[in-house]
Design a binder for this molecule. Sequence first.
Ligand code: ADP
Ligand code: MG
Length: 398
Amino acid sequence: MNYNKKSIEDIEVAGKRVLCRCDFNVPTKNGVITSDKRIVAALPTIQYLVNKGAKVILCSHMGKPKGEWKPELSLKIVAARLSELLGKEVIMAADVAGEDAKAKAAALKDGDVMLLENTRYIKGETKNDPELSKALADLADIFVNDAFGTAHRAHSSTAGVADYLPAVSGYLVQKEVSIMGKALANPERPFVAILGGAKVADKLNVINNLLEKVDTLIIGGGMAYTFAAAQGYSVGKSLLDESKIDYCKEMMAKAEAKGVKLLLPVDCVIGNFPNPIDGPVEVETVAVSQIPDDKEGLDIGAETAAIFADAVKNAKTVVWNGPMGVFENPTLAKGTIAMAQALADSDATTIVGGGDSAAACEQLGFADKITHISTGGGASLEFLEGLELPGIACLEDK
Ligand code: ADP
Ligand code: MG
C-alpha cells in the first residue's frame, strides 16, 4: 500500500464544499458526552478548513444503529459540543444526505460548518451502497477523510464517496499514516513489536506480517498462552485458541529461520479471573511451564517483564498493541505498567495502537511520554497486518 497520500494542504479548498468524515463516535451516558477527546482531536482539520474559507460539511457515525433512526445516537450533542469548541454555530442537518442536508449544504457560506446526522442511520452506509456514497458526494466538491478509527472499513462515508470526489486526508489521518507507515516501511532499528491483549485469533494473524519487519517480537497478554501450548505446556484455564496452536509453531519456526528474536513469557501471574474485573484476586507467580489445571494466566511475571523491558531499552522503534495482562485490575496491571514504563523511558519512536492499550497508557499516566497513540484500534491492527485500509487507499496519491 502507498502511504504517501495527499492531504488537505495539497488541494485548494477555499470556497469549496468539503465533506469531511470525522470520528465523532464519542462515549455517552444518559445523553451526555463523557469524553470529548475525539471531537477535540478533529479540531485542527476543521479549523484549517474554516480558516481557508471552505464550506465545511462534517459527517460521522455514532454507535451501531444498524439503519434504524435511534434518537439516542443522534449527533446533535456532538454539534452542540463542537459549536462550543469552535466558538461558532455548527448547523445540524436533520438527515444524512436527504432533503434537509441538501438544502443546508447548498445554503452554506464560506467558513460555515454543518454536521450531517449519524451516517449509520442509513442501512447502505456499512454496505458501502453506491446510492448513499453518491448522495453524500452530491453535497460536496471535495472529500476529506479524517477518521482513522474507521479507515479499515469500506463504508459509504469512509471510502465509497471517494469514487465520486477528489479525496485527501485530514491532519489526523495524515499523522497516523505517516508515523505508522514510516515505522513499517522504513523503521529505525532495532525495531521491536509487542503484542498482547485478548483478541487472540485477530492478533495472531498480525504476527506473520510483523515477523517480516521486526528485529524482536514480544508476545504477552492473553495471546501468549496459545504460544505456551505450542511450546508443549498445559495452560490450565488461560485464554487459548486451540485452532491456532500449529500456526504458533509455524511462527516460532519462521522467527528462527529469519533470525527474529521471539520473546515469550517465562513466568506468569496466575489466579481465578476476578469478578468484578477490578475486584479482589488471589494470585501467585509460576513458571509458564507450571500452570495448574484450575488456574489461568492473568499477567506476565516479574522476570518476564524485566526481559521484555530490556529488549525495549535498546530499540529505536517500538510498536505496542495489547496489554500484558488484565490491567483493569491493579493486582494484574504490573506487567502492563512495566511495559508502559519501558516505552516511556526509551528514546525510541514509540507507537501504541489498540483501544485498551491506549487506555492503559492514559490511565497509568504514560500518554505524554509516547511518540504516538493511535486513535484507531482495529485500523492500527490491520495496518500492522499489512492490509490495505480502504479509507486510506481511496485517497489520492501524492
Ligand atoms: P487492544 O484493545 O489494546 O487491542 P485487546 O482488546 O485485544 O487489546 O485486549 C484487551 C483486554 O485483554 C483487556 O481487557 C485485558 O483485561 C485482556 N487481557 C490481557 N491479558 C489477559 C489474560 N492473560 N487473560 C485474559 N484477558 C487478558
Ligand atoms: Mg480492545
